[in-house]
Ligand binder design. Sequence first.
Ligand code: ATP
Ligand code: MG
Length: 421
Amino acid sequence: MALTAIKGFNDILPDESGRWQHIEKSARRVFELNGFSEIRVPIMEKTELFRRSIGDATDIVEKEMYTFTDKGENCVTLRPEGTAGVMRALIEHKLYVQDPVAKLYYLGPMFRYERPQKGRYRQFHQIGAEITGVHDPLADAQLLNMLSTFFREIGLDEPALQINSLGCPECRPAYRNTLLSFLDGRLDSLCEDCKRRFTTNPLRTLDCKVAGCIEATAGAPAMLDHLCRACGEHFDGVRRYLDLSGTRYSLNTRMVRGLDYYTRTTFEMVTCQLGSQSAVAAGGRYDGLISQLGGPEIPGIGFAMGLERVALLLSQREFVTTPDLFIATMGGGERDLAFRLMDGLLKSGVRVEMDYEGKSLKSQMRRADKLKAVYSVVIGQNEVSSGRAAFKRMADGVVTDAALSVDEIAKVVKCFDSPLK
Ligand code: ATP
Ligand code: MG
């Protein structure tokens, strides 16, 4: 039997990789413009790092991690998200000593043992960004503006920004108690997961997608109404800065992120185009995380977006690279000339294709069509002896006569006044 990939692990084939590159290039451009530098961290870390940062009572740590013991008896985990590793690196290399403000981004594969479906896989990819060292809500707003700009850059009006505040260790415990009293009388209507969450992580019941839980928690007290003064002022600041920059958002008082480290501002970019996989990007503040991992008291905020979901939103559009020119030959000695021209043109940055196998002219032209070459030229004995050829613009058949030299051809296919260029 032929071998296949592991369930939930996908190949990204050549006809999709153009779209991925478009997304990655746009993210790098927008993030670097905002002063972020790339950080590359390992895809595997000590399991302890994720338990301590994400939290033992979260879905990720409870049931989604790829954890195993390696040959040296170390308990290791394939990273389920990026922030933990980036913060571990920040602390390990004391990046905050040189500059108290770090603006970092990362991209790469993440691993979670979930039920695969559209937009949800076991190996998936995230691009994420983190700002550490800034308490001011200005950082929250810049990060959110950067995310919105990125989506505009790649040509999507959607997804929409939703924000919330999860408070801090000052105000959350009291709110948790208020919520517990509310939930206490409704326990019977909650799903099995939420019954468990009632003791481990009651805020998560607000985020449950099960219809019975949504109904039972309707009218639950909201963290936003129970923020302490400092958290309230901080959240007002985030909203003011977003308004100042004209960024549209809505409040979602039920948004609770699935990682324990979040404090204060949390947000999601949501779409209604991907069924229940509605979050395309998500993140928030994690002011206590760095000290919790053994580093100094440094605040942080970040987000991660799922590339598969962004690619799905862009899937109507084509991102294939097409050749500027296809050189067909009549099959004789002119192949040497064609090869020499192709080589020279490639070296000067013109995308050229030619026939590799001495196929018939008809089949060469079919291939030029299939590759969506912008121009084609046929080189036969006449062209070799006259040193000139007719370059046909495939879209409308307009023909330009030009000398068979690299410079002349480059001028025709790159600079010719073409509506396609
Ligand atoms: P969801 O509610 O969809 O499970 P999440 O809250 O677990 O998402 P985060 O941990 O915040 O997601 O990750 C940020 C982004 O990464 C998500 O918004 C999503 O786009 C993407 N993502 C998360 N899990 C997966 C997955 N299994 N497959 C594909 N993309 C994913
Ligand atoms: Mg999840």
